[in-house]
Design a protein around this ligand. Structure first.
Ligand code: PLP
Length: 399
């Protein structure tokens, strides 16, 4: 008899780094050449930018120290007036409203629905008077991009995509991150490409790219080590502050060998997510929102809602699921959760957003590193269903 594998899922699980990265890092250590602008050409960061732009089919990519830095620079590249309003989803990570504040702007929070996506009526109501629309594809869930692009166009408001968790996701066959004026991605460890920390901004607009390149810290003629037209750089050199959010060659050396693995990681992430979602779906107290029509996700986690469960039962469920090995947290019920907007005490004004609050109080979050095996998915499903049945037994029918 073989033992069933224990459920294993932790927010701290990351996927292994391919051995080619160790060789690239060893080579860098031997040369000591860690600064992106020392080499005359083809430094690891430059190559990462070239390869990432090619993989996404965008004209320009600028690698930086984090996705938050990319979001900050994206907003600054639009040259917003001090105090300009920027629409963001109320369901996002605290770093997103923080980037808006850092850029000298004011975040305006739009409601999100039980499917974790932007409420388009609330976006339409709040967009007038905003200078930018920054959509976080939170946990990789894509809002209705046809409606968002249309709304942004109609109001003449630039759209920035926070695709921190969405590398590999497509919308009607188009790559997420390429639908707006700029797209920002994260290389923090729990993302599809793991650099420990890091981020990258993509755009087809040479002037936006040039502005981001200067502000990221390409002082003097270091811009010549980017793939960027000289005319665009001539317009911006010495005209903008240097915020110095550059990426180090070490990070690029770790990230680059992972790019060819992306299609396999996306396929594994989708397979794991869909297998677990299928196991949870029949449970009357659990609901896994379906993707939108047109969305092909690249999940590195799963979210599902508790249905017909009291607050006390929800807390007991999370505790019981963790005891059984499934590292589930409930966004709105775990202490200090950085994705619960009422914890963003750094904002001057935290609005009341009842729809998003209700969702966060029942929405469960579980990381699914792409290396998770079918047996582990099975064990996670057993743990989650067992935990929910322990706290809220399914109704019994018949005599
Ligand atoms: C939706 C979202 N946006 C932005 C970020 C910020 O990414 P980074 O840690 O690279 O700054 C995160 C981080 O996880 C995130 O979840």
């Amino acid at each position: 008899m073989t033992d069933a594998p224990a459920a294993r899922s932790s927010a701290h699980d990351a996927d292994p780094i391919p051995p080619a990265a160790a060789d690239a890092v060893a080579e860098l250590m031997a040369s000591g050449d860690l600064f992106r602008y020392t080499a005359a050409a083809d430094a690891p960061v430059t190559l990462l930018e070239r390869e990432f732009a090619a993989a996404l089919g965008s004209r320009h990519a600028v690698a930086v120290s984090s996705c938050s830095a990319a979001l900050f620079l994206a907003l600054r590249a639009l040259d917003p007036a001090p105090g300009a309003r920027v629409l963001i989803p109320a369901f996002t990570f605290a770093a997103v409203p923080s980037a808006v504040l850092h850029a000298g702007c004011v975040p305006v929070l739009a409601e999100c629905g039980a499917d974790y996506r932007l409420d388009m009526d609330d976006v339409a109501a709040k967009l007038p008077g905003c200078s930018a629309l920054l959509v976080s594809h939170m946990r990789g869930h894509t809002s209705d991009m046809d409606a968002l692009v249309d709304l942004a166009d109609r109001h003449g408001v630039p759209l920035i995509e926070d695709a921190a968790h969405s590398l590999g996701t497509t919308w009607r066959g188009r790559k997420i991150g390429t639908l707006g004026a700029m797209g920002c991605f994260s290389f923090q460890s729990y993302k599809m490409l793991n650099g420990g920390e890091g981020g990258i901004l993509i755009t087809d607009d040479a002037d936006l790219a040039a502005r981001v390149i200067v502000m990221s810290g390409a002082y003097e003629h270091n811009w010549s080590k980017h793939d960027i037209p000289t005319e665009a750089m001539a317009r911006w050199q010495n005209r903008l502050p240097l915020y110095n959010t550059r990426m180090s060659n070490l990070s690029a050396a770790v990230i680059r060998p992972q790019i060819p693995l992306l299609p396999a990681r996306v396929a594994a992430g989708r397979r794991n997510h869909d297998a677990l979602a299928a196991r949870l779906a029949p449970c009357p107290h659990l609901s896994v929102p379906a993707p939108l029509e047109g969305e092909a996700r690249a999940p590195d986690s799963i979210q599902f809602n508790l249905v017909g469960i009291s607050g006390a039962q929800a807390d007991a469920f999370a505790h019981e699921a963790r005891r059984r090995g499934a590292g589930v947290s409930i966004f709105g019920r775990s202490e200090d959760n950085a994705r619960a907007f009422w914890n963003w005490g750094f904002l001057d004004d935290v609005p009341d957003l009842p729809q998003t609050r209700a969702m966060l109080m029942r929405a469960c979050d579980l990381r699914l590193p792409v290396r998770t095996t079918a047996a582990e998915i099975d064990a996670l499903a057993t743990a989650i269903i067992g935990a929910v049945e322990a706290v809220a037994p399914a109704p019994r029918f018949g005599t």
